[in-house]
Design a protein around this ligand. Structure first.
Ligand SMILES: Cc1cc2nc3c(=O)[nH]c(=O)nc-3n(C[C@H](O)[C@H](O)[C@H](O)COP(=O)(O)O)c2cc1C
Length: 206
């Protein structure tokens, strides 16, 4: 089983990297393969709402390397998205990446196990954690829990190593995520997931 971890920070070795490595180490200890991808240092423009991805499954404005990243996520069993908090929200490049990844996904995220991690100096963790979870919950993903919300504190790169409770929260998250992934694998034949259902789309006015 394979989990992809997305680092939404521009810093390769910042606090988000440290937080994601903590989860990755704990997943690997439980036999889960991991791959961490940094997107926060890339040039990714915001979604242009052209709708092309609904026909092709790919963003018309992005190149092959972007689509290769998306493919890694679409073929993984689990996904962790980690973002530094910028103005009490998801960092801009990460938001551009997630909007495109999920908008073009056409059901490919369904029933994957996911978890979000917010990384910050002081305040805005809950709003960012909430924002990140929106991607999972509208995609019928299974969200892995922990013993606290997955938020870890640090300002300068590396400071998050001092947030003992934040680190433990991430280790509990990894243990629960590994368990969910193993449960899914072991019950794949005996308890298949429900099929996708059609839904009304009313836009509130019609
Ligand atoms: C543009 C910008 C906005 C930020 N806004 C917040 C904020 O609203 N709340 C907060 O606690 N920290 C804020 N920070 C601090 C970062 O979230 C913090 O330094 C974090 O550890 C960075 O993670 P990284 O090392 O992975 O890049 C901001 C940093 C930047 C560059």
């Amino acid at each position: 089983m394979r989990v992809v971890l997305i680092n939404g920070s521009p810093h390769k070795n910042g606090n988000t990297a440290l937080a994601l490595q903590t989860v990755a180490d704990a997943l690997q200890e439980r036999g889960i393969e991991t791959e961490t991808i940094q997107v926060g240092n890339r040039m990714i423009r915001g979604c242009m709402a052209c709708g092309a991805c609904s026909k092709t499954g790919r963003c018309a404005f992005e190149k092959d390397d972007f689509h290769a990243l998306c493919e890694k996520v679409y073929t993984a069993d689990g996904l962790i998205i980690g973002s530094p908090v910028y103005y009490a929200g998801v960092a801009g490049t990460m938001k551009a990446f997630l909007d495109k990844l999920f908008y073009a996904s056409a059901g490919r995220m369904r029933h994957k196990v996911g978890a979000a991690v917010a990384v910050l100096r002081r305040s805005g963790g809950m709003s960012t954690f909430d924002e990140l979870n929106h991607y999972f919950l509208i995609s019928e993903m299974v969200v892995a829990p922990s013993s606290y919300w997955n938020i870890i504190h640090g300002a300068k790169p590396g400071e998050a190593a001092q947030d003992a409770e934040g680190l433990d929260t991430l280790r509990v998250l990894a243990a629960n995520m590994a368990w969910l992934l193993q449960m899914k694998e072991q019950t794949a034949k005996t308890l298949p997931p429900p099929p996708a259902m059609d839904r009304a789309r009313t836009n509130f006015i019609r």
